[in-house]
Design a protein around this ligand. Structure first.
Ligand code: C5P
Length: 306
């Protein structure tokens, strides 16, 4: 068997409602995921034992300092988990090419894990069912099942229970990555702190229905009005410069802008592709963002490309 290449997309949470902290250390979520056209790819080739390399723009030029290449990497854990569940030896040489910036709130690590699962399933001929892969994905991380499914989906539980939802048309965005990565547990921790201090409501602040209705039939202005993220306030508290980044996006003409997931990426919704291209060029020239990308969604989840 020769090498198998799989790719998986980044995501933006167009609605992210965070409930109270659960006894298991996770928060109950009601989220709407949208997969967007920024992809990491994983090449899986035959090997002796496991070996992993990570390259690409998403490592921010800091390679293994930012993205580990051992069992701390979700790709490594995905390989071990699939091998154990299928009863095959975990032998593969894995190469991750990251376009999705790490620790940016775009589920880049989850995309890598999902791409690794489908690439290794093909390389090893393990023929895991969709349900099996979703079960393994949920063990790897809250966002990994969505990275497998892609498109638009409602996420429940800690985010791992995904149900595809109907969406018409195409949504154009500019993703602006502001500053260094933010730690997801730190942002959830700050949310708990602000809630305990009575500075934020203790349960989700908005309903997902307006976003779902806008995705079914609305113009971008309807989606723009419905975007909501309960992690935005704690991300802003930890990284005040994000406020300036959000303002830069709306002042430059975005229909609306929000923090993606736990940040620090700003996702700016645009009217159409031309608008996104123009906005990306303008924001790239302003120096508020380290990286600026025009993307669109929905796009499919993890799949073998060759
Ligand atoms: O599932 P994942 O490994 O991506 O979660 C990373 C961390 O983010 C968790 O350890 C937890 O601190 C936080 N988290 C949470 N509630 C969720 C998802 C993640 O508190 N629903």
């Amino acid at each position: 068997m020769t090498a198998v290449v799989a790719r998986a997309p980044a995501k933006v949470n167009v609605h992210l409602g965070v409930g109270p902290l659960r006894p298991d250390g996770f928060h109950e979520l009601r989220t709407v995921y949208l997969a967007v056209s920024l992809f990491d790819s994983v090449t899986a080739a035959p090997g002796d034992g496991l070996a992993l390399t990570v390259t690409g723009e998403g490592t921010g030029g800091r390679g293994a300092d930012l993205v580990p290449t051992d069992s701390r990497n979700l790709v490594w854990r995905a390989a071990e988990l699939l091998a154990a569940s299928a009863g095959v030896p975990a032998h593969a040489t894995l190469a991750v090419d990251k376009a999705i910036p790490a620790a940016a709130g775009l589920a880049g690590g989850s995309a890598d894990a999902a791409a690794a699962l489908v690439a290794l399933d093909a390389l090893w001929g393990t023929r895991a069912s969709r349900e099996d892969l979703l079960g393994l994905a949920a063990q790897l991380g809250s966002d990994v099942p969505f990275s497998l499914v892609g498109g638009v989906a409602l996420g429940a539980g800690r985010g791992e229970q995904v149900t595809p939802v109907l969406s018409r048309g195409r949504w154009d965005w500019v993703l602006g990555i502001a500053g260094e990565g933010l730690s997801t547990p730190a942002v959830y921790g700050e949310l708990d702190r602000l809630r305990d201090a009575g500075r934020l409501p203790t349960d989700w602040s908005a309903d997902a229905e307006p976003v779902l209705a806008a995705l079914r039939s609305g113009p971008p202005s309807a989606l723009a009005a419905a975007l909501a993220n309960d992690l935005q306030a704690p991300a802003l508290a930890l990284r005040p410069a994000l406020g300036r980044a959000l303002r830069a996006a709306t002042e430059a003409g975005a229909a609306s802008a929000l923090v993606s997931g736990s940040g620090p990426t700003v996702a700016a919704l645009c009217r159409d592709e031309q608008h996104a291209q123009r906005l990306a060029a303008e924001l790239a020239g302003e120096g508020v963002f380290r990286t600026v990308r025009a993307v669109h969604g929905p796009v499919p989840g993890a799949r073998v490309t060759r």
